[in-house]
Design a binder for this molecule. Structure first.
Ligand code: NAD
Length: 261
């Protein structure tokens, strides 16, 4: 297994949660990581922490992944600073829960834009750099909801299923250039994105917050355990460091056994 030493890795949504853990894991391996996030103050703080505690380097870049100009400017800045782009983790995401008949159209479009436009625009921006260098790794943050549906999550389930298709297309187009594209599909991980859903789902479903956790979120795991940010960072390291096209166009579920395929 290769290491990520000196590899330049852009992680979107890395000011918080899973993305921050991935950026930290990569920097522990000696990578140069870009904390690309809408929340620039939190991104700077995450970069400072990573610079202080790892042997890698971190840089914060303000980026709204739905804004083509901001994505292109951010990727250009990385290429100008560090000369190359080896890994993209398109991870930025939000969750919004309502029944379909109550879902505001604007919120449906916003969620699809963050997850799908974000993955498309960031991939589009990094691919020319990866082609020039002769390869690279692109990872999309999918979900068990790339394979399975849950009530109240229409645009999220739609977007996460869509990422599988986009990853497979980029894997086919990227093959001859050594650009590998894979999708990580976590089960529930206790991050701010999930903490927010617990009271919202309790209210929407008319059950207690404990029941949301034990039945809705973890009811189909083998051990009623949350997946951790470190678990997902380990999978993200494996995919990013994998040295050949043997592993491309795939998706891996890491979820304590929720959804087996
Ligand atoms: P989080 O809320 O902790 O972090 C998400 C980050 O994305 C935040 O820093 C936020 O500022 C950033 N962000 C949001 N919109 C953005 C935009 N337009 N441009 C740039 N950055 C933006 O959430 P998390 O749980 O770490 O989620 C990260 C990814 O993992 C998401 O794609 C989510 O769907 C996916 N995921 C999470 C879980 C889970 O249980 N937490 C499970 C499966 C998949």
């Amino acid at each position: 297994m290769s290491t990520l030493e000196n590899k330049v890795c852009i992680v979107t949504g890395a000011a918080s949660g899973i993305g921050k853990a991935i950026a930290t894991r990569y920097a522990e391996d000696g990578a140069k990581v870009v904390i690309a996030d809408l929340k620039i103050d939190a991104a700077r703080k995450a970069a400072e922490e990573i610079n202080a505690k790892t042997k890698g380097e971190a840089m914060a870049v303000e980026m709204d992944v739905t804004d083509e100009d901001m994505v292109n400017a951010g990727v250009q800045k990385v290429a100008a600073t560090w000369g190359r782009i080896d890994v993209l983790v398109s991870n930025a995401g939000v969750q919004i829960v309502h029944k379909v008949e109550d879902f505001p159209f604007a919120e449906w479009k916003k969620l699809l834009a963050i997850h799908l436009d974000g993955a498309f625009l960031t991939s589009k921006a990094v691919i020319p750099h990866m082609k020039r260098q002769g390869g690279g790794a692109i990872l999309f943050m999918g979900s068990v909801h790339s394979k399975e549906a849950s009530a109240l999550k229409a645009p999220y389930v739609t977007a996460k299923h869509g990422l599988l298709g986009l990853a497979r297309v980029i894997a086919k187009e990227g093959g001859e250039h050594g650009i590998r594209t894979n999708v990580i599909c976590p089960g529930f991980v206790k991050t701010p994105l999930v903490e927010k859903q617990i009271p919202e789902q309790a209210q929407d479903l008319g059950i207690s917050e404990d029941e949301v956790i034990s039945k809705v979120m973890l009811g189909e795991t083998v051990d009623t355990e949350f997946t951790t940010v470190e678990d997902i960072a380990a999978v993200a390291h494996f995919f990013a460091a994998f040295p050949s096209n043997a592993l491309t166009g795939q998706s891996l579920v890491a979820s304590h056994g929720w959804y087996m395929n």
